[in-house]
Design a protein around this ligand. Structure first.
Ligand SMILES: Cc1ncc(COP(=O)(O)O)c(C=O)c1O
Length: 367
């Protein structure tokens, strides 16, 4: 069966915005502005204004944004950092790469950290928390920040999947000491390659992060402030992202419309749990639409045979990945969810006919 509905359709977006994509390429190539130039600064200030934070610093990837944040906050050997097992490996990788120890707590049915379990995971060694706003849905940031204050912990928000999402009226990435975004192509705001960003309200952290991303240099190429890395968001990517950013809020609305269509169709099908519904405290942006099914593997196989691309994130929970040595954590909800979830196609260019086709395929397998 040929593919009928792609999981993400990059060429379709390019065709729709071809004139603008091509104009960006023409402008950057003819100007020769590639590294740490005006387009990057403009994009950084647009993201900072949108999120409601003081600084936004463009880096190479979301992964680097996490690692550089952990480094800038001084996480290191002997420190314990609390996060979840139901996330992309980079969240935990950043903790391990800077020499600290990950402490994993379980999630709730909304796929995010169970805030009720954080306090019992805090020890004298705990130095930070990395809440992950998964699938475009915010964590309960009021309770997390209250705990962080009480125990003097630093917070890195992993907002790789949550640009535009809010909790109690405040945007994700405006709560923590730092927060990160990913501009990986499949992300809601994705570039033609890799890209990432760190947000912070702290001037000193911002300076440190700028130094870390550019081999220790901030104001001058001659003065080195520290050993650093080479992890800059390229000007060409920044310009592409800034062009696409104009459409971002419209794209979020379209994602929410598609989610509603999926929700309506799945609400009364036995054995299926539609993507979790949020209370009025949340504005969800649907990086992913996640369906749960007790017969997940059968449903995934049937969707694929019917030409619908789907993604399973993540069939083996990270604490069960042998190479990561995290098997000592007991995370029953994470394990249950890893057996049940699948993500359906979800992007603004998806047509209603394609959504209806996905719905028909899912319904055809329903009892
Ligand atoms: C939750 C989460 N954190 C971190 C990352 C890492 O971002 P990147 O792929 O840009 O390195 C991702 C990307 O998949 C992610 O989904």
């Amino acid at each position: 069966m040929t593919c009928k509905v792609r999981f993400v359709n990059y060429p379709r977006q390019y065709r729709l915005l071809k004139t603008e994509f091509d104009a960006v390429f023409e402008e950057i190539m003819s100007g020769g502005d590639f590294i740490l130039r005006r387009h990057l600064e403009l994009f950084e200030s647009n993201i900072a204004a949108y999120v409601g934070c003081k600084h936004a610093i463009g880096v190479n990837t979301g992964t680097d944004a996490l690692y550089l944040s952990a480094h800038a906050l001084g996480f290191g050997a002997g420190d314990e950092i609390i996060t979840v097992g139901h996330t992309f490996v980079a969240t935990i990788g950043a903790i391990v790469q800077c020499g600290a120890t990950p402490v994993l707590v379980d999630i709730r049915d909304d796929f995010n950290i169970d805030v009720e379990q954080i306090e019992s995971a805090i020890t004298e060694k705990t130095k930070g928390i990395i809440p992950v706003h998964l699938n475009g849905h915010a964590c309960q940031m009021d309770q997390i920040m209250t705990l962080a204050k009480k125990y003097h912990l630093r917070v890195i928000e992993d907002a790789a999947q949550a640009l535009g999402a809010t909790f109690k009226g405040k945007r994700c990435a405006s709560f923590g000491d730092t927060a990160i975004f990913s501009f990986y192509p499949a992300k809601m705001l994705g570039t033609a390659g890799d890209g990432g960003m760190v947000c912070t309200n702290d001037d000193q952290l911002a300076r440190k992060l700028k130094a870390l991303r550019d081999n220790g240099r901030v104001d001058s190429v001659e003065e080195i402030e520290c050993y650093g890395y080479c992890s800059r968001l390229d000007n060409l990517h920044a310009a592409l992202l800034d062009m696409k950013f104009k459409y971002f809020d419209t794209w979020v609305e379209r994602r929410r419309e598609i989610a509603e269509r999926y929700d309506k169709a799945f609400s009364d099908i036995p054995g299926l749990i539609p993507h979790p519904k949020s209370s009025k405290d949340y504005f969800d942006v649907y990086q992913n639409y996640v369906l749960r099914s007790s017969k997940r593997d059968e449903l995934v196989a049937y969707l694929r045979q019917s030409g619908v691309e789907v993604l399973v994130s993540w069939p083996t929970p990270l604490h069960k990945q042998k190479a990561l040595h995290l098997d000592h954590f007991k995370l029953p909800k994470t394990e249950q969810i890893s057996k049940e979830v699948l993500s359906l196609p979800m992007y603004p260019e998806l047509t209603n006919e394609e959504v209806d086709y996905v719905l028909d395929v899912v319904k055809a397998l329903a009892p």
